[in-house]
Design a binder for this molecule. Structure first.
Ligand SMILES: [Ca+2]
Ligand SMILES: [Ca+2]
Length: 165
């Protein structure tokens, strides 16, 4: 039998082990979600680049010559972009909680159900101006995509950014 102090130590060790195991599980989960997001980023970029090559224009139906931001609440939904891509045969997965994908309105949602934020370099200077965010700009890229992350709020540390590893 364990004495009282020994029991105390035993319990403390169990609690420590439990928190190690759950933090490992959390890290694993986080890595899986992040790699699913990175796959979405590359899927979306691939479609936009393919469209530009074959159609010789950006996948937008408006005459705007400044970098454009899709996905802001109360503004142009990113569905505008995906509907245009799908009209030329590009296909995207359907939304599943925890995985991301297109909802019924063709918005591409992140694993937490928020629209991906997408900026296109419509003025073609290889810099995406990220208006309405604290990120300023994404250099050397024609497409910048980001997720607001698990807190589902913009501009916080858990955001996942396509232009940063
Ligand atoms: Ca630009
Ligand atoms: Ca966030």
């Amino acid at each position: 039998m364990l004495s009282k102090p020994e029991l105390g130590i035993f319990a403390a060790v169990l609690i420590m082990l439990g928190s190690v195991v759950s933090s490992i599980a959390w890290e694993k989960f986080k890595t899986a979600v992040e790699s699913s997001i990175k796959e979405d980023f590359s899927e979306i970029k691939k479609a936009i680049q393919g469209y530009r090559l074959t159609e010789n224009k950006w996948p937008v139906n408006f005459d705007i010559y400044y970098d454009f931001h899709f996905g802001l609440i109360n503004d142009e939904a990113n569905a505008t972009l995906f509907k245009e891509l799908m009209s030329k045969g590009y296909k995207f997965k359907s939304y599943e909680k925890g995985l991301g994908g297109l909802d019924k309105e063709s918005n591409f949602l992140d694993p937490w159900g928020m629209q991906y934020q997408i900026v296109l370099d419509l003025d073609n200077n290889q810099i995406c101006d990220l208006e309405d965010s604290t990120y300023g700009s994404a250099e050397k890229t024609e497409v910048a995509i980001w997720s607001w992350g698990p807190d589902m709020l913009p501009n916080s540390v858990d955001d996942v950014l396509s232009w940063k590893d």
